[in-house]
Design a protein around this ligand. Structure first.
Ligand code: SAM
Length: 249
């Protein structure tokens, strides 16, 4: 039946593709993707050759209309992005929105996402996390956004491109307490995978210590603010102050 399958693909290691993803890609009449060369290479790796249509951030609305028409004609459409889960810091949401608006079927086919992959190996308390995605490229806007996140108790999940990682870490170091834990998850599932945890005060020096660290893709996790502890500290300071005031002549 006519269905849009939202299919997650690997974020590095191709063997992370799921059996269900392969099955549905094989069944699809058309694969909507960001980059037909990249997706073509992934499909070829698994012996698949499929009709592909480009659906990227610059043509997503037009692509959505065309895909809705194909679904109405009874086709099965698989939607993928270059890496990980479509519509998560990637194109796809507009297509899903249009297909839902048209009253057609949408089925998620879960798999990798860099955010959850990084969280799982971080050792941070991840009962709550806040997905920030990409921070603004401009320093002023980035700092304003970080100021708004500084008191949040959830772990923060930030995506960053290699050419901006140093600037990003400098802004993080300015926005958060020096003792806050930070985890750098770099090149996840790839040959040079590196997951490093340190305090915020050590973060900039760590990034700069090896020029290779300014390459590759990053998820940066920032430990959430410990609100209760701050309150407890304030209460304790108050208690001590009262004792001192009572003792003072
Ligand atoms: N849709 C993807 C997902 O589900 O995670 C995210 C795509 S977004 C355009 C690309 C960003 O995801 C990168 O800049 C990086 O922050 C993160 N990312 C993707 N693959 C990664 C990997 N192998 N290691 C670390 N971060 C990765």
């Amino acid at each position: 039946t006519a269905t849009l399958y939202v299919v997650a693909t690997p974020i590095g290691n191709v063997t992370d593709i799921t059996l269900r993803a392969l099955h549905l890609l094989a069944l699809a009449d058309v694969v909507a993707c960001e980059d037909t060369r990249k997706t073509g290479a992934l499909l070829a790796r698994f012996g698949l050759s499929k009709q592909m249509v480009a659906a990227h951030q610059h043509n997503e609305r037009e692509a959505a209309d065309k895909l809705v028409a194909r679904l109405r004609a009874g086709e099965r459409v698989a939607l993928v992005s270059d890496a990980g889960t479509p519509a998560v810091s990637d194109p796809g949401a507009r297509i899903v929105d249009a297909v839902r608006d048209a009253g057609l079927n949408v089925v998620p086919v879960p798999g990798c996402s860099a955010a959850v992959t990084a969280l799982s190996a971080s050792g941070l308390v991840n009962d709550r996390f806040h997905f920030v995605g990409f921070l603004p490229a401009k320093a002023k806007q980035r700092e304003a956004e970080l100021a708004g996140l500084a008191r949040m108790s959830a772990t923060l999940v930030i995506y960053e491109a290699p050419h901006r990682i140093v600037d990003c870490v400098a802004s993080l170091a300015a926005a958060f307490e020096p003792t806050r834990q930070v985890v750098f998850a770099r090149e996840l599932t790839k040959l040079f995978e590196e997951i490093h945890r340190c305090r915020m005060k050590e973060a900039l020096a760590w990034i700069k210590a090896d020029p290779n660290r300014e390459r590759g893709e990053f998820v940066v996790l920032v430990e959430g603010a410990v609100a209760e502890n701050d309150d407890a500290l304030e209460a304790e300071a108050d208690r001590v102050l009262q004792i001192l005031l009572a003792e003072c002549p």
